[in-house]
Design a protein around this ligand. Structure first.
Ligand SMILES: [Zn+2]
Length: 382
């Protein structure tokens, strides 16, 4: 049941997010009403002026009421989802306790359906995922809203726009702050670069003053300083100091970074739970013969392609494993422990120490994703 626990955390975050939105709307409206009432009391207006101001205020309150009704409806939807998810766990616990074969099989089938729908969503197959969830009656267990919002943000970034990514930052600010998320800095920096590239220096400088001067982190300050070069070299994208800022791969990196933080925000794993479950099964089934072409068995799941490819990446119980760093080629051991990057790839501490000397960041050579050195986690060898 460990894999499915995430659905409680994600639903909790959605409820908290909507509560924050409701609070924000009420606070904003209250301030506006108080200001308007104060202004009315101070101004010497005739009856028509007062009636017009009150009508304006009533209209604003009415609009806010409609907005609040929308949020309340959404909150109720998430409360219902949470109730359904708790019932799901309760049913599973009862099935296990009952030791009844039919109940346990039904529980396993439902889990498999959840794993498959989640996988389809991660592959971007929204319509198929929705149909399947509906047919299986597990819609309440699936975070459609999380994936739908993420898809919109990613598509916006693919279209070289940071608008939706920044809105996502704004909507989730309190939780992102708790996660020490620095993602917002990057779309802001990207916007500055875009303005400079379009030869709009005045707007670029104003944008930088407004959004980039508040950074206190030395790494970010250095990045802002270096990016200023685009103002001078906007006409020459091939110039070495400027080249990296014109690279379309920056948008791809932004998209990957957003996806990672979005998963983290909702406590979702970056790897699809279906793949994790399959790999866990393959580890227990694999034998030394599975990796020998002469001894492959048609009846064996690990010998079966493409599962064999998945199994190739897994540690083998029959071998004395030596971990070798993909960057330096050094053996990883207690003196040079493996360090795990947030996206799951592992490199030696020596390699990470050398890499972060330059700007406090490390870059995964396989995916080109960049991470702050503080995001690295030590893996313990057993
Ligand atoms: Zn086999």
């Amino acid at each position: 049941m460990e894999l499915e626990r995430v659905i409680l955390a994600s639903c909790e975050e959605l409820i908290a997010k909507v509560s924050r939105m409701i609070e924000k709307v009420i606070e904003k409206e209250l301030t506006q009403v108080q200001t308007a009432m104060k202004s009315l009391a101070q101004q010497q207006q005739d009856a028509n002026g007062i009636a017009s101001a009150i009508a304006k205020l009533t209209d604003s309150l009415h609009k806010r009421k409609i907005e609040l009704e929308k949020w309340n409806e959404m909150q109720q939807k998430y409360f219902d989802q949470m109730a359904a998810r708790l019932a799901y766990f309760s049913d599973n616990a009862s099935a296990i306790a009952s030791e009844d074969e039919t109940s346990i099989r039904a529980m396993q089938e439902r889990r498999m359906e959840w794993l498959l729908v989640d996988f389809l969503l991660r592959q971007g197959l929204f319509d198929v995922a929705r149909e399947m969830a509906k047919d299986c009656g597990i819609e309440a267990l699936i975070d459609f809203d999380v994936f739908t919002t993420a898809k919109k943000v990613e598509e916006d970034l693919e279209a070289h726009s940071c608008q939706l990514a920044l809105r996502w930052c704004n909507d989730n600010r309190p939780h992102l702050k708790k996660l020490k998320c620095d993602f917002e800095f990057y779309p802001r920096l990207q916007e500055f670069i875009a303005l400079a590239q379009q030869h709009r220096p005045q707007e670029a400088i104003e944008h930088a003053r407004k959004h980039l001067t508040s950074v206190t982190d030395s790494v970010h300050i250095e990045q802002v300083t270096k990016a200023m070069v685009v103002l001078a070299y906007h006409n020459n994208p091939t110039t070495t100091p400027c080249k990296q800022y014109f690279d379309p791969a920056r948008w791809e990196w932004l998209k990957t970074s957003f996806r990672r933080w979005n998963f983290m925000l909702y406590s979702l794993s970056t790897e699809a739970p279906l793949c994790v479950a399959i790999q866990a099964g393959l580890i227990t089934l694999q034998t030394p013969q599975c990796f020998d072409q002469k001894h492959k068995n048609k009846q064996c799941a690990v010998c079966f392609e493409p599962l064999a490819q998945l199994a190739q990446q897994l540690p083998r119980a029959d071998q004395r494993t030596r971990l070798v760093c993909g960057i330096t080629g050094d053996i990883m051991n207690e003196d040079n422990p493996p360090m795990v990057l947030p996206h799951g790839n592992v490199y030696s501490k020596h390699a990470m120490d050398i890499m972060q000397l330059e700007d406090g960041y490390v870059t995964c050579p396989l995916t080109q994703q960049r991470f702050r050195s503080s995001e690295l986690r030590k893996a313990f060898m057993t």
